[in-house]
Write a new protein. Structure first.
Length: 433
């Protein structure tokens, strides 16, 4: 007997078609509902975003500031007050609301390195007060958005760009290298991780710009804490405790344990339900030093307030003098936060303005057009500062490592600092009438 695959396939397709003819009035409206829901939420959210009012604040810090990134960590802890609760059903479906966010930006333009915070106008006082509480001599001013100084559409015949988003390479509970790793008890030996970025920016030529944007959204810490505890339990080989038994199940289970232990008592020590077994967990003393360090770092990260974060990087230069060396320098500056056993930053592939040039692959088809569209999208995303769908979770310590005001030992020549400190006039100053 010859097995006819065509007959089998046609039979399956025919059966599926008959099922669809019977149930289409349920399946089709249900599928259309989910498609409509996604478009509805997207449209409402776009309208809500466009209705937000923003302000861009430039922060200048005195030259002789001695505070470490710990001060910036306190600022981020204060700014976490933007989070109250997740939007409810009505706010999300009918108003399009999402959690509010802000943007911390380090901008290098030939002639200076600038520090900005872009925040909703409704939260400007919170941002200013949190900065003044740690840096009372700082100067904060609302300024014109620097992105408006560039053409609205890039790349063009004059300017070219490279850009990408960075996210964590491993699960969020694993931390990156933070500022505590760079600190020393002696000021002369203290390293500032932000100096690698400001040094590159200080050497830009006329027409070059480096924009680094940290989009930060305060969120609940519950998800990160749950993921971190799951990693801890996996490393320590902890088993989830079984659900407690009640009623008849508990009685039967207890009776079975009693009979089992009664017969095995002469040979083994009785084992009762609920009592921890020796093999249920690996004691800390049995873990390797590396495993203990990872567990301590994970627990340290999940113990602090956290933010959904994405790092966005754009390099602009004239097309006839575009320098890939500056792209490599910024990538190298971010690599100082990477560790092999914990976490690191990686570029998000679908945002990187780079398309493979290998032949005979689908990725190489229409390469120039794809590359141009990616650059356009990246430039527009930076200008709008809209939060992407894919982001990582960092805590306040990690954010303070990435974005803080340089300590006094950072000597980048183009760093924008206040040359003098503000002070109040003496109370006994004479006034002429």
């Amino acid at each position: 007997m010859v097995f006819d695959w065509n007959t089998v396939i046609l039979g399956i397709l025919g059966s599926a078609w008959r099922v669809f003819l019977v149930s289409w009035w349920i399946v089709v409206p249900l599928a259309l509902f989910f498609i409509w829901r996604d478009f509805w939420l997207w449209g409402k959210n776009q309208l809500w975003k466009r209705g937000l009012q923003w302000t861009l604040l430039e922060i200048k810090i005195p030259r002789n500031i001695l505070k470490t990134p710990k001060a910036m960590e306190n600022i981020f802890s204060t700014l976490h007050a933007l989070y109250a609760t997740d939007p409810g059903f009505e706010d999300r479906y009918f108003k399009g609301q999402d959690l509010q966010w802000f943007s911390c930006e380090i901008v290098g333009i030939a002639g200076g390195v600038h520090f900005f915070i872009r925040t909703p106008k409704s939260h400007r006082n919170l941002v200013e007060n949190s900065i003044y509480s740690e840096y009372p001599d700082a100067e904060i001013a609302e300024v014109e958005d620097y992105v408006e100084l560039m053409p609205q559409i890039l790349p063009n015949a004059v300017y070219d760009l490279f850009g990408t988003d960075f996210i964590l390479a491993k699960p969020d509970p694993y931390p990156i290298k933070t500022y505590e790793f760079f600190e020393a008890n002696v000021d002369e030996q203290r390293l500032d991780p932000i100096s690698a970025v400001t040094e590159v920016m200080s050497r830009l030529r006329e027409g070059e710009s480096i924009w680094i944007q940290y989009l930060v959204k305060p969120i609940s810490s519950d998800k990160l804490k749950a993921e971190g505890e799951a990693i801890r339990d996996k490393v320590m080989q902890r088993k989830k405790p079984p659900a407690p038994k009640t009623g008849l199940d508990a009685l039967i289970s207890g009776l079975g344990e009693f009979i089992f232990n009664l017969f095995h008592a002469p040979r083994t020590y009785p084992q009762w339900g609920g009592a921890p077994k020796k093999d249920d967990a690996v004691k800390m003393s049995q873990l390797s030093p590396g495993e203990r360090n990872i567990l301590e770092a994970v627990e340290q990260k999940i113990s602090k307030l956290c933010f959904e974060t994405v790092v966005r990087f754009v390099y602009l230069d004239r097309a006839d003098s575009f320098s890939p060396a500056n792209v490599a320098a910024v990538n190298g500056a971010l690599k100082q936060f990477n560790t092999q056993d914990m976490n690191s930053f990686r570029p998000l592939g679908d945002t990187m303005t780079l398309v493979t040039s290998k032949k005979l692959t689908t990725k190489s088809w229409f390469r120039k057009n794809k590359l141009y569209l990616r650059k356009r999208r990246m430039y527009d995303r930076y200008r709008l500062r809209w939060f992407p769908q894919k982001a990582s979770i960092l805590n306040t310590e990690e954010l303070a490592t990435l974005f803080h005001f340089p300590i006094v030992s950072v000597e980048s020549p183009m760093l924008r600092r206040l040359e003098t400190r503000k002070g109040e006039p003496p109370p006994n100053i004479p006034f002429s009438s």
